[in-house]
Write a protein that binds this ligand. Sequence first.
Ligand SMILES: Cc1cc2nc3c(=O)[nH]c(=O)nc-3n(C[C@H](O)[C@H](O)[C@H](O)COP(=O)(O)OP(=O)(O)OC[C@H]3O[C@@H](n4cnc5c(N)ncnc54)[C@H](O)[C@@H]3O)c2cc1C
Length: 400
Amino acid sequence: MKIEVNEKKCTGCKLCQSVCPYDAIEIKDKIAIVNENCIYCGACVSECKFDAIKITSLKDEVKDFSSFKGVCIYLESRDSKLIDVGFELLTKGRELADKLGTKLTAIAIGSNIKGGLGKAFKYGLDKLYLLDSEVFKNNLDDIYSKAIVRVISKTKPEIFLAGATSFGRTVIPKVAAILRTGLTADCTDLEIDTKTGLLEQTKPTFGGNILATITCEKSRPQMATVRPHVMVAKKIKDKIDIEGKIKNIEIDKKEYKSCYNLIDFDKGTEEDINITDYDVIVSGGRGLGAPEHFSMLKELADLLGGTLGASRAAVDAGWISYPHQIGQTGKTVNPKIYIACGISGAIQHLAGMQTSDIIIAINKDPEAPIFKVANYGIVEDLFEVVPKLINRIRSGKTLI
Ligand SMILES: Cc1cc2nc3c(=O)[nH]c(=O)nc-3n(C[C@H](O)[C@H](O)[C@H](O)COP(=O)(O)OP(=O)(O)OC[C@H]3O[C@@H](n4cnc5c(N)ncnc54)[C@H](O)[C@@H]3O)c2cc1C
């Protein structure tokens, strides 16, 4: 693979330099000079208005990705605290890094991030790149993507993972586009192909009816976003020494000017944003028959210190708001106890709750697919069972 600059055509305009994610172009005597950082991504070639840069490859030549090493995780933070999906990804990242015999690094960005930085090392993290500055306080995706690109282009991980949260789904595609690499969004599983060393990225597709496994052979890093709660966070160390393991990256505020002007930030209601954080979820489906019957489930949820979930059928019917929807097009949850009431267990619903610790299903149809994933199944009318459960808990008896 070769990159050539035609000195007669090059005007030294710096356009190529401004788009190069790898700081691989210097301008000397009004001519672009490409240095050893170049990974032949082609960003400069498409940007050049003078047709002055060409990448030539010998027939069948394979790109050399040997300079890309390690697994890197983006640790998203909210209100200056790392959020759980980061710990889930660190656990998976450690597993992948061990299989590849490489290091696990992470990037944390925010304003005055305190919570959980040390905790991240309990999940097997080797090194953290920290970008802490007030320029990041409004979570504006353009400057976050710029910051992530900065770290990736210097550290060159072969695998980069982030949570498929609303923020992750906004920022990470921009990172992939700038780095000119592929991105598999919304994965539910990640593995290493032992023969090729490639990252196998699995995600549901065609309405969740099939699982597609995708690999990224021709560019680096291999990038994926992963749904929160589909992977389980596992601490591997209790005591940690983080001395020298956090690298603070200096921020030049002038470089991080957003193209957005933030007018207001609507955080939503407490319940809207917290459903995934509850240990108990009592979920209702079409079997409830009417919106007012959710009040019965709410009573049960309140008694158990939990919250309400719902199937898409219940949400589409307008019985409960969308933030409660669980499944492929809703939220993914893994509470300690998930109680499904009048939910059949369609594959798209299961995609959002099947990693729950204990699943209790109440359905009058013994053939309902929800029973295939349930730890406890009650084949009965929910209008009989739920009031009995409420009474049982009120009288101080155990649920199971
Ligand atoms: C692209 C796509 C994305 C989707 N995304 C999602 C998603 O994110 N989340 C989701 O949930 N669905 C999703 N769906 C819809 C999904 O396929 C199902 O249609 C939906 O989950 C069905 O909801 P339900 O189980 O409440 O209703 P139903 O399938 O109608 O089941 C109702 C159940 O209630 C039981 N029942 C009825 N009365 C009683 C009673 N009195 N007591 C006990 N049991 C009773 C019945 O036996 C039945 O099993 C999606 C579909 C598509 C195509």
